[in-house]
Design a binder for this molecule. Structure first.
Ligand code: HEC
Length: 151
């Protein structure tokens, strides 16, 4: 009786050890990069993020978007304020903002039927895939901390 309990105990210990081993094996598959490389990549990411916002800014404010949504998305006669963190077409996440920009907003989906014109897919602009992301980054940045200096 005592002996079999010891065996069971040993087996349980082994199972725990094996599962820990599994977890550490999984962690080992994630390469641990040298700190210098890690920092360098993070700086590169911050630079790419800033570049996306800058590109979105110029697309938005020189393109059709600002004509309806106002300069810097401050709201216009033909489009709502995009800087007020009040979202009617989505939850305001980067991904969903991009989806709204990609598909546009058909009249039957308006939150307010008083809007005169539909928003065409891509705001009617002929956009490359990366430009949807840049526009989403810019619109998102109007009502969120970007993590970048000065914003
Ligand atoms: C013809 C006018 C027009 C143009 C051009 C236009 N929009 Fe819109 N946009 C609208 C209208 C109208 C809505 C829907 C408002 C509603 O449902 O109340 C909207 C909604 C949105 C939303 C969703 C807002 C929310 O609260 O969820 C985003 C984001 C957006 N537009 C971004 C853009 C971007 C970026 C561009 C340029 C690529 C653009 N729009 C071009 C009229 C326009």
């Amino acid at each position: 009786m005592k002996g079999s309990m010891r065996v069971a105990g040993a087996m349980a210990t082994m199972a725990v050890a094996l599962s820990l081993l599994g977890a550490s094996e999984a962690a080992a598959q994630q390469p641990t990069l040298p700190a210098e490389v890690q920092e360098w990549l993070e700086r590169d990411q911050a630079r790419r993020w800033a570049a996306m916002i800058a590109e979105g800014d110029s697309l938005f404010n020189s393109g059709s978007c600002a004509r309806c949504h106002g300069q810097a998305g401050s709201g216009g006669r033909n489009g709502p304020d995009l800087a007020d963190a009040n979202w009617v077409q989505s939850d305001g996440s980067l991904e969903e903002i991009r989806r709204t920009i990609f598909w546009g907003v058909r009249r039957e989906l308006f939150s307010d039927p008083a809007w005169r014109f539909e928003m065409n897919p891509g705001g009617g602009l002929d956009l490359a895939w990366e430009q949807y992301a840049s526009l989403a980054a810019y619109v998102w940045s109007l009502s969120n901390e970007t993590g970048l200096l000065g914003r």
